[in-house]
Design a protein around this ligand. Sequence first.
Ligand code: SF4
Length: 107
Amino acid sequence: MSMKLSEFVFHVVCEMNDAKFLFPVKFEEEKERLAHCLACSHYNTEKQTCGLCECYVPNKVKHLYEECPIEKWGRSIESWNDTYYNLFANKVIEKYPEAEVWKNQIN
Ligand code: SF4
């Protein structure tokens, strides 16, 4: 039985949803992001928030999906590749062994 790429992606997204955690970035990356914010003119030092998106910066810089609204730092494909991709792709393969072909092609 074969699986389309769109189905593989769907199952990876489902596994991520089921995991119910916040997908923290690697600690070094969190520190780099925070350094950008602390040096930024939009950073509110009293509230520790971003003046543009109003997010609480100590939390914002931790999450894989977060990004700076003026592109000083972005979403973390590096943390995704190094920390999460294999984890969730392997979960899909455990349930659907035919998905292995996609994991290997994408990697
Ligand atoms: S998220 Fe971007 S705009 Fe907001 S404080 Fe950090 S670096 Fe500045």
